[in-house]
Design a protein around this ligand. Structure first.
Ligand code: SAH
Ligand code: SF4
Ligand code: F3S
Length: 467
C-alpha cells in the first residue's frame, strides 16, 4: 500500500462508516453504544484507541458497560494460555446480550483472532460471535460492521498482508496527559517461545513523517508523556529508504518544541547499542528508563530461546547504561521454567537479577504456545516445581526493590503531575522509571512538570515540590 492507496483505502472505510451510521439510525432511536474490552500489552491498548476512533466515526458512543452496549469488541492477547482462557470466559458472557438484542454485534479481534485454531473454535462453539478479524485488517472495522449489520455472513478475516501501514485511522485516546505512539508493528525475531511474530506478522516501521506528525498533534492536544511502542524499537527503520534508525528518531522527537517526556518500549538487547544509551543520556526529554528484557540469565537457555545475545553482552550493556546514566531506572521481563531449564540455569537468572538490581521485573512462568518451536521441546520440570522457582525469584526481587527504594530518599526528579494522589491535597506522578510518587500540590498543577524531592520511602514514595 503506498501513500495514495492508503488514502484511498481509508476513504473507502469512511464510506462504510457513514453506511453503518445510516443503518443504526434506522435500528435504534438514540446513538448506539459500543464497548471495547482490551487484553494484553500496550500495543493492544493503542490498537484499541484506533478501534474506538473508528467506532466513534460510525456514530457509536463508547461505554465501559458491555451489558448495555449494542456492539462489543474483544481485543485479545495470545501471549500466554491464561490470557486466552480469560477471553473465552468473557466471550461466553455476551450470549445474554445477543439474546436480548439480536441486532447487537459481538466481535473478536487482536492476537488470538489471528490464529486459525481460535477462529475455528469460535466458528464452531460461539455461534453468536459475528466477527473475528486479525491484527493487520483492523483498519477495515467499518466494512466488517457494515457487512454484518446489513445481513451478511459472519465475518472471518485474518489475512496477514505484511504490507505498508494504513495511516490516518481515526484515534480516540484513553488518556489526556499520557499517550501511546506506535512506531512499528510486528516482529521478526521468532524467539522460540513466543507467539507474537505469528500473531502480528513481519516487522514494519511507520514512516518518520507520520510519527513526527502524530507526536506534534499529541503535544498540541496537551499530551505530556508519550510512550513510543514497538516489539523491538531498536530495529526501527531497518531496511527503510529513509535511513533513520531508532536513535535518530528519538533525537528528532526530542527536538520538537514543547514540554513533554518521551518513553519507549520494548528494547531487545540484541539490537540495543551504546549509541542508543548515549542518545537517552543526551536527549533531555527522553526518560531515564530502560526496559530491557533479558528472559534468562543462562547462556544455554538464551540459545534455546533464540534470543541472539548472551549474558555477558547483556551485562555489558547494563554496565554501560549505569555508567552513562547514573540515575537510570532498569526494568525487565523474565521467563521461569523454559523447556529444559534446570535449577542450575534458574540460579543464573537469580544471580543476574542480583547483579543488575532492577527497579521492577515482569516475571512469567513459561506457557507453551501451539505452533512455536519451544512447544515441541522436552519439558520435564513440573508446573509445581516451576512455581517454587518463580516464588524464589519474586522474593529476591522484592528484597532488592525494597532495599533500593530507600536510596530514592533525598533525590530530586522532574515529575509530571499526572493526577490527584490517594490522599486529599496530594498529587501523583512518576519518577524517571515506573515508581509512583505522591506530594502535596494544587489540582491546578495537573499536567505541569514539577521538581519533586523524595522525602520518605515508607509505604510508597512521598515527596515535596521544590520551588
Ligand atoms: N517484544 C518484547 C516482548 C513481548 S511479549 C521483547 O522481546 O522483549 C512480553 C513478555 O511476555 C516477553 O518479554 C516474555 O517475557 C513474555 N512471554 C512471551 N511469550 C511467553 C510464553 N510463551 N510464556 C511465558 N512468557 C512469555
Ligand atoms: Fe516475542 Fe521475541 Fe519478538 Fe519479543 S522479540 S515479540 S519475545 S519473538
Ligand atoms: Fe499479547 Fe499480542 Fe501484545 S499476544 S502481549 S497483545 S502483541
Amino acid at each position: 500500500m503506498n501513500q495514495n492507496s492508503s488514502a484511498a483505502v481509508m476513504t473507502e472505510q469512511q464510506v462504510y462508516a457513514a453506511r453503518v451510521a445510516a443503518l443504526t439510525a434506522k435500528l435504534y432511536s438514540e446513538p448506539p453504544k459500543a464497548c471495547v474490552i482490551t487484553f494484553g500489552c500496550q500495543q493492544n491498548v493503542s490498537d484499541s484507541e484506533r478501534l474506538k476512533g473508528m467506532l466513534a466515526q460510525m456514530g457509536y458512543r463508547l461505554t465501559d458497560d458491555w451489558r448495555n452496549a449494542q456492539l462489543i469488541l474483544f481485543n485479545t492477547c495470545a501471549v500466554r494460555e491464561h490470557a486466552e482462557d480469560r477471553v473465552y470466559g468473557n466471550i461466553g458472557r455476551t450470549k445474554a446480550v445477543k439474546r436480548q438484542n439480536p441486532n447487537a454485534i459481538v466481535g473478536v479481534c487482536g492476537c488470538m483472532a489471528q490464529r486459525e485454531s481460535v477462529a475455528e473454535k469460535i466458528r464452531r462453539s460461539y455461534p453468536y460471535v459475528d466477527m473475528v478479524f486479525g491484527t493487520q485488517v483492523q483498519y477495515r472495522l467499518p466494512e466488517f460492521v457494515y457487512r454484518r449489520l446489513s445481513g451478511g455472513e459472519r465475518v472471518f478475516e485474518r489475512a496477514l498482508e505484511n504490507g505498508e501501514i494504513p495511516e490516518d485511522v481515526p484515534i480516540l485516546r484513553d488518556g489526556t496527559l499520557k499517550g501511546w505512539l506506535p512506531i512499528m508493528y510486528g516482529c521478526n525475531n521468532f524467539c522460540t517461545y513466543c507467539i507474537v511474530p505469528y500473531a502480528r506478522g513481519r516487522e514494519r516501521s511507520r514512516e518518520p513523517e507520520h510519527i513526527i506528525a502524530e507526536a506534534k498533534e499529541m503535544i498540541a492536544a496537551g499530551y505530556r508523556d508519550i510512550t513510543l511502542l514497538g516489539q523491538n524499537v531498536n530495529s526501527y527503520g531497518k531496511g527503510a529508504a529513509h535511513g533513520l534508525d531508532f536513535a535518530g528518531l528519538l533525537r528528532q522527537l526530542n527536538a520538537l518544541e514543547g514540554d513533554f517526556v518521551i518513553r519507549f518500549m520494548t528494547s531487545h538487547p540484541k539490537d540495543c547499542t551504546k549509541e542508543l544509551i548515549d542518545t537517552i543520556r543526551d536527549c533531555e526529554k527522553v526518560s531515564h528508563h530502560l526496559h530491557l528484557p533479558f528472559q534468562s540469565g543462562s547462556d544455554r537457555i538464551l540459545r534455546r530461546m533464540n534470543r541472539q545475545y548472551d549474558r555477558a553482552k547483556y551485562l555489558e550493556l547494563i554496565a554501560y547504561a549505569k555508567e552513562q546514566i547514573p540515575d537510570v531506572s532498569l526494568t525487565s521481563d523474565v521467563i521461569v521454567g523454559f523447556p529444559g531449564e534446570t535449577y542450575e540455569d534458574f540460579c543464573e537468572t537469580l544471580s543476574l537479577v542480583k547483579e543488575v538490581r532492577f527497579a521492577s521485573l515482569f516475571t512469567f512462568i513459561y506457557s507453551p504456545r501451539e505452533g512455536t518451536p519451544a512447544a515441541m521441546m522436552d519439558d520435564p520440570v513440573t508446573r509445581e516445581e516451576k512455581g517454587v522457582w518463580f516464588d524464589e525469584l519474586l522474593r529476591v526481587q522484592e528484597q532488592i526493590a525494597a532495599e533500593d527504594e530507600k536510596r530514592f530518599s533525598g533525590r530530586t526528579y522532574r515529575v509530571l503531575c499526572e493526577g490527584k494522589g490517594s490522599r486529599d491535597g496530594f498529587l501523583s506522578g512518576r519518577t524517571n522509571g515506573t515508581a509512583v510518587i505522591e506530594f502535596p500540590g494544587e489540582a491546578s498543577l495537573i499536567g505541569e512538570f514539577a521538581r519533586v524531592q523524595v522525602l520518605s520511602t515508607e509505604g510508597g514514595l512521598k515527596g515535596v515540590i521544590l520551588s
